[in-house]
Design a protein around this ligand. Sequence first.
Ligand SMILES: Nc1nc2c(c(=O)[nH]1)N[C@H]1C(S)=C(S)[C@@H](COP(=O)(O)OP(=O)(O)OC[C@H]3O[C@@H](n4cnc5c(=O)[nH]c(N)nc54)[C@H](O)[C@@H]3O)O[C@H]1N2
Ligand SMILES: Nc1nc2c(c(=O)[nH]1)N[C@H]1C(S)=C(S)[C@@H](COP(=O)(O)OP(=O)(O)OC[C@H]3O[C@@H](n4cnc5c(=O)[nH]c(N)nc54)[C@H](O)[C@@H]3O)O[C@H]1N2
Ligand code: SF4
Ligand SMILES: [Mo]
Length: 705
Amino acid sequence: MTTPPSGATDTHCPYCSLQCGMRLRPTSGEPAPVEVEERPDFPVNRGALCGKGRSAPAILAAHARLTAPLVRDAHTGQLREASWPEALDRAADGLAAAARRYGSDAVGVFGGGGLTNEKAYLLGKFARVALRTAAIDYNGRFCMSSAAAAQRAAFGLDRGLPFPLEDIPRAGCVVLVGSNLADTMPPAVRYLRELQEAGGKLIVVDPRRTRTAALADLHLQPAPGTDLALALGLLHLVVAEGLVDEEFVAARTTGYEAARAAAMAHWPERVEHLTGVPVALMRRAVGLFCGTPDRTGMVLTARGGEQHSKGVDTVGAWINLCLATGRAGRPAAGYGCLTGQGNGQGGREHGQKADQLPGYRSITDPAARAHVAAVWGVDPDELPGPGRSAYELLDTLGTPDGASALLLMGSNPVVSAPHAQHVTERLRALDCLVVCDVVLSETAELADVVLPSAQWAEEDGTMTNLEGRVILRRAALAPPPGVRTDLEILHGLAERLGVPEGFPAEPQEVFEELRAASAGGQADYSGITYERIAAEDGVFWPCPASGPGEPEHPGTRRLFLDRFATPDGRARFADVSHRPAAEEPDADYPLRLTTGRVLAQYQSGAQTRRTPALAEAAPGPFVELHPRLAARLGVTDGDGLTVVSRRGRVTAPARLTAAIRADTVFMPFHWPGEGRANTLTNPALDPVSRMPEFKVCAVRVEKAS
Ligand SMILES: Nc1nc2c(c(=O)[nH]1)N[C@H]1C(S)=C(S)[C@@H](COP(=O)(O)OP(=O)(O)OC[C@H]3O[C@@H](n4cnc5c(=O)[nH]c(N)nc54)[C@H](O)[C@@H]3O)O[C@H]1N2
Ligand SMILES: Nc1nc2c(c(=O)[nH]1)N[C@H]1C(S)=C(S)[C@@H](COP(=O)(O)OP(=O)(O)OC[C@H]3O[C@@H](n4cnc5c(=O)[nH]c(N)nc54)[C@H](O)[C@@H]3O)O[C@H]1N2
Ligand code: SF4
Ligand SMILES: [Mo]
């Protein structure tokens, strides 16, 4: 990498998992304290940024954010400004009181996949060591947990992509399942274009003809919630047409027979009936995927295929397709998950997830517990066991069985959690809610204590992007007065809870400890240093520390080329069969609702709704529906529509488009209030990953009165 000009800082975007490189330069202060410039030498995005990245400094301006702690006034019931000592005392007292009254598991912690590795690590340690609670999970559970579970089952290891994005152009054929990359990671479209320029083919699987689907050589448009059947149907055709890579299957996999038998029960006409995808198009997809030279080819899934109560099995079925055709464990081939949040990957590797300890260790593994306990200087027996998953944690708040106090850092579940009205009620039922955020989010509005956090451009820290590349964020400016970093907040709370040692506020000091805690684990970061990351444009994990006299480990750009990470080195086929969504359409709720994103808003919108350029580009919620359905309802473009599910009703303007199936409606989930999509969504969970069914539920649509 090159050195930035003096006064400028090379760092990364605060938003999605692409973690685009950008250069920040101080301004005279208006409209924001820094401006974004291109950083063409960073290989992932080569200078390109989407509008969210370009406008990210807007939220650094003091007027756009929180600059003083807030506490709920005992007399007025309103939030009022408070000093840091008062706010931290209130927060620590609230957490400690719940633990005293109901036991340590009555204190919950909810983290976020946008937090740096250092924060995620210290938050996990804070839960287990300072609070001694099992009750910690994070919003990444709502994101790529199904892909993570399926990858672990198949490959023995979960890293979003097992290869760098730069391999995509050589893949010959890429199947994108439920990813609208052109809106959700725009600079990555370049890789798809390069694929096609090299003669490769792009297949997109999405119930909507999105901007991404419009780029495709072939668009398959299944009904939401039927990808599992589709993947089984494609494998059926692969078997029937004699396209199985018998040699690969014999040498490098186990479990093929059961997977084959399951696929044979999903004959093409049955799959067409279940999914709505014509048999002819399935045949074309198989022809393209199996027609590449050198058995290259990739299947990449994102939330469209994963956020289902059968998300794990669905990803397993797509992995089966890769394994049966020998498209795995070789160059420019394999399955990958396009992770979502800036640090969705690293966030779970280092201990925010209910069942994990740093280094992607299992919290139930005695050796893992002993290793981490030694780094933390505690007795392994004192470490709590696994806790509940994110939705289950939220669902039980304020009940005798659940947490009665909650520390929330880096998530806005009032907008983003499924069955959001119920979750809001659970949050209201808490004895004490402490929220660390940069703005007064809808969730922070409910808090007893709000602690204003510093932001991406104001602190150092590492993030792990969708490729497993560990990158370094650099502070470009100091936070405004009145704001503290999340690490400082954890330090202050730990001190008040009687644990003054072990919670350093210095990011690099935390990273040094994280390296030791991860050493020997699957996500081994022990060979990674801030200096190396800066010099090498990121380092891919695993990267173990080298012994004395040994050469430095280069990091691992490509996984599985020689063996998979299972005990026998073989990939495992998943034994899966089609099953319906938790809620299928019926006479009362005849349509399917699916949800997702728009280009100009990010997640719960807490940051992007406050960014003028983005708020203008995407000002509010809408309901996308097909003109045929609209005609049946007597609705024209812009009319108010009421969408009703078993959990509630919302109202938003109609947006007519022939790009969606006529049996499906779509809503983005970025807004609170009467157009909040998550009022409707179904919290049915995948039995393994505990992922909620964000991508399909049954609804009825009416013209708003
Ligand atoms: N602009 C923007 N970019 C973002 C984000 C954002 O909020 N805004 N968030 C970031 C994060 S955290 C994430 S997780 C990623 C998500 O990135 P994506 O997964 O690309 O985003 P989504 O819009 O949730 O879903 C993608 C597509 O899935 C389709 N879909 C819906 N149901 C189904 C189904 O049953 N099967 C299939 N095959 N497809 C279906 C939708 O029509 C949608 O086009 O984006 C990241 N980037
Ligand atoms: N219906 C529907 N719902 C969904 C999805 C869907 O596709 N459909 N997708 C799900 C997915 S994939 C995801 S990832 C979730 C995400 O949903 P959320 O978890 O709500 O994610 P964000 O909106 O990014 O919330 C992050 C919060 O942290 C704050 N923040 C940002 N940086 C920092 C920081 O450094 N420190 C602290 N303390 N706070 C910070 C932001 O201001 C914001 O309030 O939504 C899920 N919800
Ligand atoms: S694609 Fe993602 S990382 Fe890149 S600029 Fe946009 S939001 Fe930021
Ligand atoms: Mo996500």
